[in-house]
Each structure stands twice: as structure tokens, then as C-alpha cells.
Design a protein around this ligand. Sequence first.
Ligand code: M6R
Length: 607
Amino acid sequence: MCGIVGYTGERLAAPLILEGLRRLEYRGYDSAGIATFEQKGIKVVRSVGKLDNLFKSLENTTLSGTTGIGHTRWATHGKPSEQNAHPHKAGSIVVVHNGIIENYSTLKSKLINAGHTFMSETDTEVIAHLLYYHYKQTNNTMSALLKTVKELKGSFALAVLNEAEPSRIFLARLESPLVIGLGKGENFFASDMPALLSYTKNIVFLQDGDIALLTPDSCQFFDFSGIAITREAKLVDISLSQAEKGGFPHFMLKEIFEQPEAFINTIRSHIVPDKGDIFFEELPENFIKNFKKIHIIACGTSYHAGLIGRTFFEEISNIPALVEIASEFRYKKNFFSKDTLYIFISQSGSTADTLAALKLCKSHKVTTLSICNVLGSSISQESDYTLYTHAGIEIGVASTKAFLTQIAILLILALKWGKEISVLKQGISKTFVSDLLKLPRLMESVLKQSEKIKEVAKKFYKYNNFLYLGRGINYPLAMEGALKLKEISYIHAEAYAAGEMKHGPIALIDENMPVFVINPTGTLQEKTISNVQEVLARGGKVITLVSDGDKLHHKFTEHLIEVPHINSYFDSLLTTIPLQLFAYYCAVLKGTDVDQPRNLAKSVTVE
Ligand code: M6R
């Protein structure tokens, strides 16, 4: 949801900021803008649409400033237009913002009464005016910022320039990501690390309630009361190649192909292959024994990972698990309990609903554990314990490798849990660990089928509707397959528990409603085959995703995709891949924008 980036130093700021915006475009792409300190004050250039339009607008403009800020937008308040694009200016103040200001309309009325005139429909312009209002009274930007952040309700990562103070960038963070990159005689900031990695790997992760003041030679930190605080820089071990396509036509395809490596990177630090042991240094000794239940909360694809995790916890570790969508959980009646472990899953670690649900849990003093991919994100900072998925930077808006690594963490946590409470015998766990290590090679073998999956996609991408079916652990996989298809190819897709089809959706079946059935070897396989027969009997077209060497489906389904089989838990890490590839190829064949699908953004930092 919006990306912000900025630079102060001796180099020309504009090219660095535009390069940073290019790397943040996955966060929002309906308008963009830049502001730099020029000789006659701050110059703002904005344009509607993708970043390329901003580049075009800048073709006949010279920006020679060495300090500046930029923004790429995902619209919340006000349609995508040049007027609503950031940066916003009020008097001498210029602001870019990622987040949402919930009390903007009250503040706006107050400022209009005080004589301010607004040019846009955005909540962000209110911040610029509020800052200018306070600045006029104090003649001090920092005091104005301190007063402003206290009045704002909502979430924000803010960068502020004041015409009166060249070479200075004021930053503030509350529930929206913001990182600072330290250089020599120059400093940077951005919503996310990919925008900084070409220039520095010396990163400070700002925390909620932090303010920072950047100049070319210094970086000072304060809390919202203006008291100086310390924030240490970390040298991040992430290469820029992670944020590049590396020869692939899309980030999504690259990220699908990175899954074997992402998987091994995620589990590597938690397993001892010789002993068949699993451990989590991040968790205290006997941590697991404190809990009798698990409650998983997440959104979108991460929610689907949670549903798969529930099967692991219930079937492998014999512990009851509940899974809920964060936006529902945060507003319903909940029964908080100290013997429940609340698990929050989020790739970005900044999804607004998941963060709010986490805060709600914390206010009830229950134990929270987050599974996040982005280092230093709000959700990881806020939760009692964090397990990181080491998927690497995920840029494609459609989550792929993050999903697979979330499943991986949930699986090894369930295995550990089962072993610790003695549900799993040592021998079984050893087999599990050695099977885990076989998975990357098996994933590679699934990836080798991408051309075959593309051929299947060629036969189906023109359909307008799709049904995905699965039972047990394959039902959330069906949900994830359907989500992938709809978000990037815009084909309407619905997932159903296969046994539920006869209770309504079967009425939809005809030759125009293809059905994607996920049915690898497992205890419920024959039941699902009956459902496939019901579809075929009504003229439906079926694609089936089955285990290698399957003898049951060949007879009656034309389109078959096979994946290796270990057991139904481990298979979920393999069946995921064809679902991603099928959605990817349908989207490519339809000619949609795979990495930046319409109306979406990578991290949903607004409610
Ligand atoms: O960053 P998170 O994992 O919290 O994001 C949750 C969802 O917004 C995300 O999974 C979304 O559904 C993706 N676009 C799915 O591909």
C-alpha cells in the first residue's frame, strides 16, 4: 500500500529516488510523484498511472536537487489522479505518506476553519496542512512534527521536507514500514529494503513511535515525545539480485522457481538431520508445553497457509487448532485464553487487519507468535515471538514462495510439537526430517513440468469461471489455487470442499465451468473421485492434480498433472506449485499484468 523513498547527500537525488520507486512499485502503482530541493524551493512533479508516466512527465524537467522524496500510490482516499498523487504541499511543507489517517475529516474541517485550502481528496494532504499549521506557530519543523503525530489517528510512515530547511528529511513511523539506509555522506529511507540495497546494506529498522531526522552526515532518532533514542543499524545479508527478475519475464515466475531454495533456507536453521531433531532457538525451553490449543489468524494467502497448518497441528501434533481471517477476528466476540497460542501469519508483517488482531490479543495478555517474511516488520516487532520464513524478498503481488515457506514453518512447528508432547515417536520424527530434506529435489521435479502446465493453461485460459475442489488438506490448497487464478488472470474462481459441491455449486456445472480437482494419494481420495465423476456426468471439464503413478484418474480425466507423493502433509508443498504455475500461465496467455494486477498492492497496510 504505497511506497515511499528518499535521499539526502551529494548526488543528484531524482535518479536515486526514481530507481527506488521502481523497486517499490509493487506496493502501489496508480500514481507517483517526486519532490526535490531546487534553488528556488521544493519542486514537486506528479503523474497519474504507473511510474513510466512520471518518467515521461520528467523528460522536459531538470531536477538538480541533492535531497528529495518520492511516492508510488495505491489509492485509499480519492481516486487515482494527479491532484491526489503525493507529494502533497502546504505552505513550505511537503509530505509523502504510506498508511491511512482515520481522523482526517475532523482534522480537515478544523484546518479549513483556520483558513487552509485543500487541493486534493486525500487524507495525506491533511498531514501537510497540519504540519504547516503547527510550523507557523513554532517556526520549528521538529516541534511541528511532534505536535502533528500526536493528533493523527491511524497508521503512517511519513517523510517531510520543509523549504526552510534544505538537506533535511523528517521521518515518522506508526504501523507502516519504514527503513533507513546509512551511507557515507549520504542517507536514504524507504518503505522496504529493495529500494536501498543498490546503495547500502547498513539498515536501521524504525519502530512504531519513532521519529528520525536525516541529513547527509547524520541520522538522529527520537520518540513521539521528542526524547532522543538509540536505534542500531544492522548489516543485512540480502543481495540485490533478490529484487531483480534475473532473466525471468516476471517476478512471480522467478519466485515460483525460487521455492526449493526458499524452502531449504527456511527450515535449515531448525533441523538437525542426523538426530532427526527439530528446534527453534527463538522459543524458550518447554514453550510448547504451555499450550493446549492453537489459534491462527491471518489474511489472504497467509490465511490459506494457516488452514493447512491447522491440519498439521491437529493431525500430527494432536492439538486443536482454530483458524480465522484477521478482519473478522478483530471485530467479533472472542474467548481469549492463556492456554492458547495465538499465531499470526503475514508475509509483509504489516497487514493492517493482522496487526490489529495481534494488538487485540496482546491487550488480553495472551501469548503471540508471528510467522513473517519481512525482517523488522510491525507484526514481528509487536508479537512475543517471531519465526521468520526465509523466502527472500517477494515482489510479485501474488504470493508464492512466501506461502510455501509459511507452510514449511507450520509443518516443522507441528512436528516439533508432536514430538515434544510425545505424540510422535522418535523414529517417526526421524523419517519426517529425512523426508523434509527430499522435498527441494521433488519441488524441482514439479517445476520441470512447467511447459506441460502451460499447455493445460492454453486449453483453459479463455474460460470466465473456474471451480476448484479438494478435501481435507487439499481444500485450503483449492482455495489458494482459486485465489491465485482470480488475482492475476481475473478469471472468476471459487473453491469448494469437494463433498460440499452437491449442496449447491453442482448446479453451476456445465461445459463452460471447468473444475480443477486437487486429489493426490490420501485417505479421502476415492471420495473425491466420486465428486469428479459427478462433474463429468454433467458435462463438466476437469483438470486433476494427482500423485505420480496414479492409476485411478487416468481412465476418466483428460487433463492430468502429477506430482511426487510422500504423505498428505508433505505433498501440500508440492501440489502448491502446479496451482501457481497454472494461474501464472493463464494470466500470461490472457495478457494481464502478472506482477502488478489491477486494484491490488503487495502489502495491505489499510483496513
Ligand atoms: O503480507 P500478508 O501475508 O499479511 O498479506 C496477506 C494478503 O494480503 C496476501 O496474502 C494477498 O492475499 C496476496 N495478494 C495473495 O497472493
